[in-house]
Write a protein that binds this ligand. Structure first.
Ligand code: SAM
Length: 364
């Protein structure tokens, strides 16, 4: 069975009050104060040590679940943080306890000279430095990225059938992406993970093909639920394939067992094959939210700190960076962003409203 991670969070133990108890303080005094030192923590005790950095909102593909085929508008280049600005913010985050960084977008490899940014981030000394990419330009850059300090990559690939791959990813080429995976591994970007967004009626008949691919290659295939973050606003719950169903379909053929403690902060529930031949992951954001253990914050390409993919709470650091702001100001903004985080993403609440920015504008 897939273990659901609870999202309801209790910050204090509850017990009945008695007459002997001192009077309750007023509401303002009961609200805990934002800590000004120590790790980046929110009101619910979640420590944030994972920073997702989007380097661009542009992409060379137009995946059906992400962007419309035409008509997408992009940020002007002057709005993008420079590599120097990104590295400065990352250094401040490192001092606040952030230990892992993932580069994303848009497509991170369409931004010029990405290895230069990797090298700057590598110098800061994160425990983990990874990237999510569509793989279209990875083969030509894998060596340089690894030499600059990138540790590993996740490559998105939604079909193992060339024609279907092109129809889902529009503009992509399966052969190029599969070759990029080989080159990435040869360059030492390991373990290589493969992100598959499952869409009902479009590629869910490939669950077992992808599972066999994971078993044959040793790559960790992660099946991702379609989230209400497409720029077209066409998301429909009927199109998503629940992680539980994926688990059941795979385990009928290849029994699975938990590969890791599922109470940790990783978005994927990891399962290994009972016969020892590899591992898969399930990212069930919609049907089994893992907000209760979320440790992630995000920096958009135009310099907004976001505390959740699904929240519109944004604090812009770009002006602070450009107008002579201090590192202490940046640190305070990071703390405030984390402190303001809601306990859950709310997708399954009746009043849920999609965030104004879509996945590629935020950074996935
Ligand atoms: N361009 C890169 C790529 O394709 O991997 C990185 C950015 S992309 C936004 C990051 C991940 O988000 C990819 O694995 C992509 O498949 C996934 N993604 C994009 N839109 C999504 C959606 N609406 N629901 C679920 N996953 C989505």
């Amino acid at each position: 069975m897939v273990n659901a991670v609870p999202i309801s969070i209790s910050v204090r133990p509850h017990r009945s009050r008695s007459d002997a108890d001192p009077p309750l303080p007023d509401a303002a005094a009961r609200t805990p104060a934002m800590p000004l030192e120590g790790p980046l923590v929110d009101r619910y005790g979640r420590v944030h040590d994972d920073l997702r950095i989007s380097v661009t909102d542009r992409c060379n593909l137009r995946c059906v679940y992400c962007m419309p085929e035409v008509g997408m508008t992009f940020l002007p280049r002057s709005a993008l943080l420079t590599y120097e600005e990104i590295a400065r913010l990352a250094r401040v985050a490192r001092h606040l306890g952030v230990t892992s960084v993932r580069l994303t977008g848009g497509e991170p490899l369409v931004r010029k000279d990405l290895p230069e940014l990797v090298s700057r981030l590598s110098e800061i000394g994160f425990e983990d430095l990874a990237m999510t990419t569509n793989g279209m330009q990875l083969a030509g850059m894998a060596e340089r990225l690894a030499a600059a300090g990138l540790r590993r990559v996740n490559v998105s690939c939604d079909s193992l059938r060339a024609v279907r791959f092109e129809s889902i990813r529009r503009r992509g080429d399966l052969g190029v992406v599969l070759h990029a995976m080989d080159v990435g591994e040869a360059a030492g970007l390991l373990p290589l993970k493969v992100n598959v967004v499952l869409l009902r009626g479009q590629n869910d008949d490939e669950i077992l093909d992808f599972t066999a691919f994971a078993r044959d290659t040793g790559r960790i295939v992660r099946f991702i639920e379609f989230m209400p973050l497409d720029a077209q606003g066409k998301w429909d719950r009927a199109q998503l394939v629940p992680g539980r169903e994926v688990f059941e379909r795979i385990s009928e053929v290849w029994p699975l067992e938990p590969a890791a403690d599922h109470s940790g902060p990783a978005p994927a529930e990891r399962f290994r094959f009972a016969d020892g031949r590899g591992e898969i992951g399930l990212i069930s954001t919609v049907t089994q939210p893992f907000c209760g253990t979320c440790n992630r914050l995000r920096l958009t390409a135009d310099g907004a700190i976001r505390n959740c993919l699904f929240s519109d709470d944004e604090r812009t650091v770009r002006d602070v960076l450009r107008d002579g702001g201090t590192d202490a100001e940046l640190a305070r903004m990071l703390r405030q962003a984390v402190w303001a985080k809601f306990p859950g993403h709310g997708i399954n609440e009746p009043g849920f409203l999609r965030p104004a920015r879509s996945m590629s504008m935020i950074g996935g």
